[in-house]
Design a binder for this molecule. Structure first.
Ligand code: LRH
Length: 491
């Protein structure tokens, strides 16, 4: 029996993991070999990622895979969150810690850029949801501030590309992660040079683009020595975590929407071509690049971030488990308080529960006082936002949407899965929870010749992981709650 081993490094905004995937007879088994915390670092009033300690954790993951699990992987691959990037100088050294996307330096960057290039034109040329932290705006803010860091930058590399570079010495840019930058032609693995030049961003700092699944090099000799690893291939997987996750939706037809649920909730459909129109601009939807030329037409929704940040804010009072938070919400009155989870006030508030309470108060709902009320408010609001998003997608796509696949760590939240089914009146299929690492591993498997296509990859997912189905149970007045939600977001 032939067995293949692939090591996925999956970095999220709050934790990172090294996950070993063993593929045998069309079935994939996962083993978590290393897990570590990740957190933005606040330094001199700005937020950064510690790329050096992240790389060190990845090397620990590789070392553990070999020493503790006795497995030399056939290849490795890295995926991370979108948009952030490192700067290399002309000697190829990483200079400065990369800024984290929640940093406030881009607070006015969108409006500033639109004075130079109309918003409609930026959207037509990129098809990407406007978010102030997109790499385009991060870079433009540096141009505008005449950043000395930008002056000495020879190349930029997005986070997964930067980690691939540290492993292999090869500096390339992978399509799916580059598509989050808002600097590519919609649906194409091609820099939108005209736009980038107009924004005053030097195109010389951009590296060559490669497709997901490209073997970009091998683990360098010094890293191999340090970790005990062989000099195995380093694969540019779908470096954007969402792209990796969506590659492992266990669907056999196309009649579904997905929610990739983690710090963010990414809700949308897979499309053969980008959907870029006045309407998708007005709704502010994104068209990110995926595996095998697919497009992820979706909405970035501020998902579990609100819950994670409430938990963090309450740490001094009580260290809640996720299950305890769900239990509190279950016993709270539904729909009493609602928020628009995507309101800018929730991007990086000093205190999330206060920000939620202030939103409720300002919108005439009174103030949630108990933790239970705050948590219930977030879950109800997310479920209603999913319904809102579903209805928007249906206005621009003829694709019949008959079910919702929820994948990623958030799919463990059975309460929210049920609320989602109830609010949308659709069947919800939850799992796999390790969707991102799975997609990362399966793209490696394809690159190494063990699988042939995206359809093959999804077959493996279906044969390897259990899913749970939630049917709509419209006991509560979801239509009434939805009407209240619509009034809130129309404000
Ligand atoms: C989710 C994600 C998402 C966003 C954000 C910055 O982890 O990749 O797609 O773009 O991070």
């Amino acid at each position: 029996m032939s067995k293949n081993h692939f090591l996925a490094f999956d970095l999220g905004a709050s934790s990172g993991r090294a996950i070993l995937g063993t593929l045998a007879n069309g079935k994939l088994a996962l083993t978590e070999v290393h897990r570590f915390e990740n957190q933005m670092q606040q330094i001199n009033g700005h937020f950064f990622w510690n790329i050096f300690s992240l790389f060190s954790e990845l090397k620990t993951g590789l070392k553990k895979c070999i020493q503790e699990y006795g497995v030399q992987p056939d290849s490795i691959g890295v995926d991370t969150w979108g948009v952030d990037f490192v700067h290399l100088n002309k000697e190829g050294m990483i200079i400065s810690l990369p800024f984290a996307y929640r940093d406030s330096r881009t607070d006015t960057a969108m409006d500033d850029l639109f004075q130079l290039i109309p918003k409609e034109e930026v959207y037509r040329q990129t098809g990407i949801q406007f978010m102030q932290f997109n790499s385009l705006f991060q870079l433009f803010s540096m141009v505008k501030d005449q950043s000395s860091l930008l002056e000495i930058t020879d190349q930029i590399l997005f986070m997964p590309d930067a980690l691939n570079y540290l492993f292999s010495g090869e500096a390339v840019t992978e399509y799916s992660i580059a598509s989050t930058s808002q600097m590519l032609v919609p649906g194409k693995n091609q820099w939108q040079v005209d736009l980038i030049e107009k924004a005053g961003i030097p195109t010389s700092i951009l590296t060559d683009l490669v497709d997901p699944g490209t073997i970009i090099g091998r683990i360098k000799a010094d890293v191999a020595r340090e970790t005990g690893s062989a000099q195995v291939p380093v694969i540019a997987v779908a470096g954007h975590d969402t792209a990796s996750a969506i590659a492992s939706v266990p669907a056999s037809d196309k009649h579904y929407a997905y929610i990739s649920s983690g710090t963010w909730s990414l809700m949308g459909i897979e499309s053969d071509q980008p959907l870029v129109s006045d309407q998708t601009l007005a709704m502010n939807y994104t068209n990110e690049g995926g595996v095998e030329g697919t497009t992820r037409f979706l909405k970035n929704i501020m998902g579990m971030w609100l819950i994670q940040e409430c938990r963090r804010a309450w740490l001094n009072e009580k260290k809640y488990s996720w299950d305890e938070m769900v239990a509190l919400a279950k016993n709270a009155e539904p729909f009493q308080f609602l928020v628009n989870p995507d309101d800018a006030v929730f991007l990086n508030p000093a205190n999330m529960p206060d920000a939620i309470a202030a939103f409720c108060e300002k919108s005439g709902q009174g103030r949630p006082e108990s933790h239970a009320q705050v948590i219930r408010c977030v879950y109800d609001s997310l479920a209603l936002k999913y319904r809102f998003t579903l209805e928007q997608i249906r206005t621009v796509s003829a694709l019949p949407i008959e079910k919702i696949h929820i994948i990623g760590g958030g799919a463990n939240n059975r309460f929210l899965n049920q609320l989602t089914a109830d609010a949308t009146k659709l069947k919800v299929i939850a799992g796999p929870t390790e969707a991102t690492a799975t997609g990362n591993i399966l793209v490696q498997a394809k690159a190494m010749g063990a699988l042939q296509s995206l359809a093959d990859m999804r077959d493996v997912v279906r044969h390897s992981f259990d899913v749970e189905t939630f049917l709509p149970n419209p006991d509560l007045d979801w239509d009434g709650a939805y009407a209240k939600y619509q009034r809130l977001v129309a404000r």
